[in-house]
Every structure is written in structure tokens, then in C-alpha cells.
Design a binder for this molecule. Structure first.
Ligand code: SF4
Length: 338
């Protein structure tokens, strides 16, 4: 435990002052003890704050990596998901017998909330025969109405794997337009947006470029298409992470995505100067160390999914995992800066 705490302190002290570490240290110690006593594995998304990402998580990553990891953590008695509700639901699909905990049930997602199962059924009626590809940022109910899921990192590969002329792509309209630019498949989209990524503007990108000559700009495909076009690379959080890791010392990189992504990468890659445009996800930030302690003590709240929805939703996620096994994952193409 002492060794673990020293490692955590050395990582977190690069992102927080000493007094903040002293405030958080007893909470982190308590969570590490509860995890051990109750044999709970903690999965944390890249958008979680550093004290969760580096302080208590066993596994960190993007939604695809965490979906895979939840399948392979059979030795744990329970899973605590530090992320938002749809992510914890995905873990539950693969662990129906196991408690899957989330510290705040209200940690939602504007994309997941933009569409219902009934909306998907109406779209299928309007476009008979077109398969439905659904971004994992969606509820289990919506996944259950879908043929296959995708993430921002494999969306193009998933769409092209279907061999269809037309695909219904849900729920993120900006990600759909990104996919449409990379493929000849006709894309029918939905109007969902991410409240975090839709905030970024081309003016911001231009201002950063003016201030930091030589800056590399990485944008998430949930950003507006004009922001994507203004970036040097459009990619998922995992692809951003790989890009930063490969940079030479002194490189300047701006990540056009949620704030904590830059904070977490700055700890791991101090040789890169991360310019930090910041838009915070209010849902991700509902997860706190204090709520995690209560959650581990009470084993509440737990994710529950009706079985008839769970079976169909799981099949849609499994199809994605089958076609995007790690060695087959297709990188998103680079979009040249305008
Ligand atoms: S960052 Fe956007 S897509 Fe991700 S959980 Fe928050 S609202 Fe949803």
C-alpha cells in the first residue's frame, strides 16, 4: 500500500499542489482498502479527473478498451465503473451476474439521451433494409435496436464491414458526417450532439495556431465538421493518446476534447507541452472520490438492464468486438489541415 501511495503521489503531484494531495490522500487510501477487501475492479474512462484516473483505477482507456476489459475481468467480484451510465451499462452486458456499480446514476450523456428505442424503430421503418450502426455512446435500449455498435475509433471500419449501400448511423450527427466523408456508403444520420465537443470553434483553433506556431491540433470526431477540417488529426481519445506518446520533447499539441484528457496525458508525457482548450463534461465530473467511497461501502447504485434488452444490446456490442479485434482495428485517416 505504501509503495502504491508513493507511486500515486508522484504522478498526481505533477497535476495538483501539495495541499490538494493531502486532502485527497485519505480518500484514495480508503478507496484502495475498500477495493481490496471487496475484490472490486475499477475501470476509468480517459475523461475522469487525474485523482480517479491515476489514484484508484485498475484499468483506464477509451470506451472500446474498457468494453473489452470488462469482458476479461472475471476474477473480480464486482466492477466499479468511473465514467458515465452508458459505459457502465456496457460492462453490465458482459457481466450480467456481477454487480456493476456507478458512483452516480445521474452521470448521463447528451448523445445517449438524444435518442430512444422508439426513434430507432421509426428510422428503420423509414429506411427498410438499411442496417443500424450505433455509437457506443447510447443506452442499452438503443443498442438493442441496432445491428452493430461502433466507437469513434472504429466507426469507419464498422460501417464498411457491413457491405451495405446505405447505413443508419446513430446518434452523433457530427461523427456521422465524419464517417460519411471517409466512405462511399450512404449515411443516414441522427441529430445527437456531444455538449462538450460541440462547444469548440474554428476561431479557437485559429487563435491557438497563431499563438503557438508549429502546434499540432488533434480533434475528436464529435466536434463540428469545420473544427475537424481545421485539425491536423481527427481521432478517438486512444488515437490522441498514441499521437502524444510519439511526439519529440518540446512538441506542442492541442487536444480538442474534454479537459481531463489533457490533464491525464500531461502526467504521462511531461516531455510534450499540451495546450489545453477546455470544455468539461458535466456528466463525467459527477463521479467524485467521496461518492465512490459511499458506492463501495453500500454496493449501491447498481446497473440493472431488463434481460430481453440486454441480450440484444450485447449482441450489437459483440459484433463490433468481433470485427475490431485488437489486431484488426483500423486507424482513422489523417485529415489534412486547411
Ligand atoms: S463528453 Fe460528450 S459524449 Fe462523452 S459522456 Fe460527456 S456528453 Fe457524452
Amino acid at each position: 500500500m505504501m509503495e502504491t501511495l508513493e507511486r500515486i503521489e508522484s504522478q498526481l503531484r505533477t497535476s495538483m499542489p501539495a495541499f490538494e494531495w493531502e486532502l485527497r490522500k485519505p480518500l484514495i487510501e480508503k478507496i484502495l482498502r475498500l477495493k481490496r477487501e471487496k475484490n472490486v475492479v475499477v475501470l476509468a474512462h480517459n475523461y475522469q479527473v487525474p485523482e480517479i484516473f491515476y489514484g484508484i483505477a485498475d484499468v483506464t482507456g477509451d470506451s472500446l478498451a474498457l468494453a473489452r476489459e470488462s469482458v476479461h475481468r472475471q476474477e473480480a467480484d464486482a466492477i466499479l465503473f468511473c465514467g458515465v451510465h452508458f459505459m457502465a451499462e456496457t460492462a453490465k452486458l458482459f457481466n450480467p451476474e456481477k454487480p456493476v456499480l456507478i458512483a452516480d446514476m445521474e452521470a448521463g450523456c447528451s448523445l445517449a439521451e438524444s435518442i430512444t428505442g422508439e426513434d430507432v424503430r421509426a428510422l428503420k421503418a423509414q429506411h427498410p433494409g438499411a442496417p443500424v450502426v450505433t455509437y457506443v455512446n447510447s443506452s442499452a435500449e438503443v443498442k438493442a435496436e441496432s445491428d452493430i455498435c461502433c466507437t469513434s475509433g472504429n466507426a469507419v471500419a464498422v460501417v464498411e464491414s457491413l457491405g451495405a449501400d446505405k447505413v443508419i448511423f446513430l446518434p452523433d450527427g457530427f461523427l456521422a458526417s465524419y464517417v460519411a466523408r471517409q466512405t462511399d456508403v450512404e449515411i443516414v444520420s441522427w441529430k445527437g450532439t456531444c455538449v462538450v465537443h460541440e462547444e469548440f470553434t474554428t476561431e479557437q483553433v485559429a487563435a491557438y495556431r497563431a499563438q503557438y506556431p508549429g502546434l499540432k491540433v488533434l480533434a475528436h470526431p464529435e466536434c463540428h465538421p469545420d473544427v475537424q477540417t481545421a485539425a491536423d488529426l481527427v481521432g478517438s481519445t486512444a488515437q490522441m493518446s498514441n499521437f502524444v506518446a510519439e511526439q519529440k520533447p518540446g512538441a506542442q499539441v492541442a487536444l480538442i476534447t474534454e479537459c481531463s484528457m489533457s490533464d491525464n496525458l500531461a502526467v504521462a508525457h511531461p516531455h510534450v507541452e499540451l495546450v489545453r482548450p477546455c470544455s468539461m463534461c458535466p456528466h463525467m465530473k459527477k463521479i467524485t472520490l467521496e461518492k465512490i467511497i459511499t458506492c463501495l461501502e453500500t454496493f449501491q447504485p447498481q446497473i440493472e438492464i431488463p434481460e430481453e434488452i440486454a441480450v440484444r444490446a450485447k449482441r450489437a456490442v459483440e459484433r463490433m468486438l468481433e470485427i475490431t479485434a485488437p489486431k484488426k482495428v483500423v486507424s482513422l485517416p489523417v485529415v489534412a489541415a486547411s
